[in-house]
Design a protein around this ligand. Structure first.
Ligand code: FES
Ligand code: FES
Length: 226
């Protein structure tokens, strides 16, 4: 389709005049998800939109937010303006009824332009710095911490290590989550397809070639070709 051939655009971080912070973030979150989905070759989406309950208005004081992260139910008390990224990184450990340390997703630009904060929500990659925590209620949230099983790293993580696909490592969790989503959606994805999947992730250290190599190898492994 015509729209799928256009390059993924990153949303501007500046809220237009007259637009509330909440409305702006909602638009940014959806745009970020759409951009990443676009980068993944127009894969299908699951849901989206704004919870009608949120239209009623909540806050500005902190409210209880129930999240399902890596298959685990957690509750955190945050103001409605807090992003999903900040809720998990900064509030979960202290404010949760069940303290969990989820700082794997990185806050780098905090404005939907670098991909370091990428998580998978209801099967779609999102920039979690552009999604409000309250919006993520009732959704299946996956972070980089949820990829390993029984202490064994996910094949994508193993290949990042084997291919030396990182330097400072700040971008790496985001790359890994985009890659996992890509290979789950498109088993046997070609290098070109994978490159498009990783379009929304930026590495300032210049490790993109090795990151791509790692994901191609992981894809082959996951398809049982290696
Ligand atoms: S896109 Fe979220 S921290 Fe850069
Ligand atoms: S490894 Fe440093 S930003 Fe990517």
């Amino acid at each position: 389709m015509k729209k799928e051939k256009q390059p993924a655009r990153r949303p501007s971080a500046k809220a237009p005049k007259g637009v509330s912070r909440r409305g702006f973030f909602q638009a940014m979150g959806l745009a970020g998800a759409a951009a990443t989905t676009l980068a993944q070759g127009g894969c299908g989406s699951s849901g989206g939109g704004v919870d009608p309950a949120l239209q009623q208005g909540v806050g500005p004081d902190a409210i209880d937010v129930a999240l399902k992260v890596n298959g685990r139910d957690v509750k955190v008390k945050v103001e409605p303006r807090v992003t999903l990224l900040d809720a998990l990184r900064d509030h979960l450990k202290l404010g949760s009824t069940e303290p969990v340390d989820l700082t794997g997703s990185k806050r780098v630009c905090d404005r939907g332009s670098c991909g370091a904060c990428t998580m998978i929500v209801d099967g779609r990659t999102v920039y979690s710095c552009t999604v409000l925590a309250v919006e993520a209620q009732g959704r299946q949230i996956r972070t980089v911490e949820g990829l390993s099983e029984g202490g064994k790293l996910h094949p994508v993580q193993e290949e990042f290590v084997a291919c030396d696909g990182l330097m400072c490592g700040f971008c790496t969790p985001g790359f890994v989550m985009s890659a996992v989503s890509c290979l789950e959606r498109t088993p046997g994805a070609t290098a070109d397809q994978i490159r498009k999947c990783l379009d929304g992730n930026i590495c300032r250290c210049g490790t993109q070639p090795r990151a791509l190599e790692a994901v191609v190898k992981a894809g082959a492994r996951m398809k049982g070709r290696r």
